[in-house]
Design a protein around this ligand. Structure first.
Ligand code: SAH
Length: 389
């Protein structure tokens, strides 16, 4: 990423007149969360400050989870002032939080331009998984997904992706502060242990910002979520999977399949017309060969549509002969799609048919329905309310 000093940007050859103070206010500051440590070091060097200041900034942002530059008195006042004029430490703010009885919490965050994005915090014993968004809205239009119902608003910046983890970490830290029981001392405080990019948007359609953000989330001495605890979920953007295979990273890859043949997948996921199953599955095989990582296929079960034994057999045939996993998800009901989750026995029969064909298959417990946990629902509802008023 290139850092352009703001003074240079405002003197670019395309700007003939000097910016007024009002115009300057309209130009957003880059997010502090969008820089990796090497970029902080370069910035600090450009300012002529000692190199260890970059580490202090990094730890201030990701260990202390500082809400402002003033909250970091370890930095000299002049440096704090320079930082405050050039880097925004609040490109996201927590707008609303919804709780479900099973402990799942949905965070609705507001961007500087008023866009709303969602993340979902899912507890499992003493650990937390955070499901984050990569875009505001989505362009891919899978029929049962609320995120795509209003189309794509825009890509999120790297800082807005990292910011979701920082806001959730702040909330966790506040919750966990003061805990003295044995388990809380063995669990790292104040951050999620797993990150899944399964919220709003298609992560591989926002590739550069996504990778920049995940590297920051993964970096040691910062948030430090291990690469194998970070999952990218895609609807099947083949060039993105190919690019990811060549990065030499250890992130987990999930691919949303939802159908065992092109005719059905075309109906559920328009992306299949661009990259059909055969091409997608061949790319996934290459991914496993190149990275040694096993791909997980997500399969949302919809009653009467893709949940029959014949579908399971067809899916098993397609996936047989190489190492992969299938994760079954009963449909979360959404207003935009006229469909229901199958009966529990139907889901189990599907799983047994897959296992009989020796395909490693799990079933995801559908949690957080009470908080509209299917992607994009809360944002969509708030946008609809805003339109009505
Ligand atoms: N665009 C990415 C990531 C976001 S969606 C992708 O498609 O993988 C994360 C997962 O939730 C996808 O498998 C998606 O198909 C699934 N999903 C979306 N809406 C759902 C719903 N109403 N019920 C069950 N699963 C849903």
């Amino acid at each position: 990423m290139m850092l352009t000093p703001r003074s240079t940007a405002s003197h670019s050859q395309f700007k003939i007149s000097a910016m007024s103070d009002d115009e300057r206010k309209l130009e957003p500051l880059p997010a502090a969360w969008s820089l990796n440590l090497a970029e902080w070091r370069a910035q600090i060097a450009a300012w002529g400050a000692p190199a260890y200041r970059a580490t202090q900034i990094w730890q201030g942002l990701y260990k202390q989870l500082a809400e402002s530059w003033e909250a970091l008195p370890v930095l000299p006042a002049a440096l704090r002032q320079a930082l405050a004029t050039q880097f925004d430490v609040a490109v996201l703010s927590l707008r609303e939080m919804q709780d479900a009885p099973d402990g799942v919490r949905k965070l609705l965050c507001a961007c500087r331009d008023g866009e709303l994005i969602e993340s979902v915090l899912i507890p499992a014993e003493e650990r937390f998984t955070l499901c984050i968004s990569s875009q505001a809205g989505c362009a891919f239009g899978c029929v049962f997904c609320a995120s795509g119902a209003a189309g794509l608003a825009r890509n999120l910046s790297a800082g807005e992706i990292v910011g979701q983890v920082v806001l959730a970490s702040r909330w966790l830290r506040a919750q966990q502060a003061g805990r003295t029981d044995a388990q809380s001392t063995t669990t790292p405080l104040g951050r999620p242990q797993n990150i899944v990019v399964m919220g709003m948007g298609e992560p591989l359609a926002n590739y550069d910002a996504l990778l920049q953000a995940l590297r920051i989330i993964n970096a040691p001495d910062g948030i430090n979520v291990g690469a194998r605890h970070i999952t990218i979920s895609t609807c099947g953007v083949v060039p993105g999977i190919q690019r990811l295979a060549d990065e030499g990273l250890q992130f987990e890859l999930s691919v949303s399949l939802h159908a065992p043949n092109d005719a059905l997948r075309n109906r559920l996921m328009p992306v299949n017309k661009r990259w059909p199953l055969q091409e997608l599955l061949a790319t996934c095989r290459d991914y496993t060969e190149k990275t040694g990582r096993i791909v997980t296929f997500e399969y949302t079960l919809v009653a009467g549509l893709n949940d029959q034994p014949v579908h399971a057999r067809e899916l098993a045939d397609r996936l047989g002969g190489w190492k992969c996993r299938v994760n079954l998800i009963p449909l979360s009901p959404v207003a935009e799609f006229d469909g229901a989750a199958p009966d529990g026995r139907v889901c189990e029969a599907f799983q047994h048919a897959m296992e009989a064909a020796r395909i490693n298959t799990t079933q995801r417990r559908s949690r957080g329905r009470q908080v509209d946990a299917a992607c994009g629902q809360l944002r969509l509802r708030r946008h609809q309310e805003a339109d009505r008023t």
